[in-house]
Write a protein that binds this ligand. Structure first.
Ligand code: AMP
Length: 283
């Protein structure tokens, strides 16, 4: 796998690929790659002639006091995993190449950036939308792949790509989980063994919520209460939010009506580690 560090060299490479009639598939990541990233790269392999994996811990999407400084970094492991999964090019720019002195331009997807993760992490999606815009302009892909694990990110980016006419296909890959159900995440590495033992409570609560809904529960409040009980009753986690919302508008739902497309999502903290998870239910 070839590593490129300079945005202008990546652009030149993308131009050459496109001139040669190649289809470019992009997988943006922040590194510390795991099985979830590998699933995206393998899916990209089936959709593109050239698979570009980007590795950039984007300061613009981290808030004050968040884990930007301690975010896990392992470029050698990332190269191994990305090439093993079928990546062709690793684009890993320096921060100064992405945000040089005098940088002033940001992309804001209104409304969709505000609830859920956006409410707890103000400015997060402005950072995500901005860096993904830059990565799309630098790598010039035909399709870009994202994980359902970050459900709101997918909603925000789909809107952005439509609104700003990017002409790129957004492909969403299902959440990859550990055997005990915990969604794979680079941040799982922060968990102590005791917290790691408790963390599957998140997905367990979501599965239980789905069973409740399948059994006829139609009150979002009751579903949220059941999830909250399951997590706080069986683990030491502190809940940031539990939400039952329309999967496209992200507006909170009070009643689950027939035909609804529902995103049940949550964020919780185990000690200093913040984890998110979600499921999508179609009624
Ligand atoms: P990150 O490096 O955490 O920014 O994630 C890069 C991409 O991988 C994003 O599109 C994530 O949604 C996706 N991703 C992260 N974890 C998982 C997972 N467990 N399953 C599927 N996709 C994931």
């Amino acid at each position: 796998m070839k590593t490129i560090r300079e945005p202008h060299l990546m652009q030149r490479q993308a131009d050459d690929l496109r001139l040669g009639g190649k289809r470019i598939a992009l997988v943006p990541t922040m590194g510390a790659l795991h099985g979830g990233h590998a699933a995206l790269i393998r899916e990209a392999r089936t959709r593109g002639d050239a698979v570009v994996v980007t590795l950039f811990v984007n300061p613009a999407q981290f808030g004050e006091g968040e884990d930007y400084g301690r975010y896990p970094r392992d470029i050698d492991g990332d190269v191994r995993l990305a090439s093993g999964a079928g990546g062709d090019i690793l684009f890993a720019p320096e921060t100064a190449a992405m945000y040089p002195p005098g940088y002033r331009t940001f992309v804001n997807v209104e409304k969709l950036s505000l609830p859920l993760e956006g409410a707890v992490r103000p400015g997060h999606f402005r950072g995500v939308a901005t860096v993904v815009t830059k990565l799309l302009n630098i790598t010039k892909p035909h399709c870009a792949l994202f994980g359902q694990k970050d459900a709101q990110q997918v909603v925000v980016l789909r809107r952005m790509v439509r609104d700003l006419d990017f002409g790129v296909e957004i492909v969403v890959v299902p959440t990859v989980r550990e055997e005990d159900g915990l969604a794979m995440s680079s941040r799982n590495a922060y968990l102590t063994p005791a917290e790691r033992g408790e963390a599957p409570a998140l997905y367990r609560s979501l599965r239980m919520a789905e069973e409740l809904v399948r059994a006829g529960e139609r009150s979002a409040g009751a579903v949220i209460a059941a999830i909250t009980r399951e997590i706080t009753g069986r683990s030491s986690a502190a809940i940031d939010y539990v939400s039952v919302a329309d999967a496209e508008s992200l507006e909170p739902l009070s009643t689950l009506s027939p035909g609804a497309s529902v995103l049940v999502s949550l964020a919780a903290r185990f000690g200093t580690t913040r984890l998110i998870d979600n499921i999508h239910i179609t009624l």
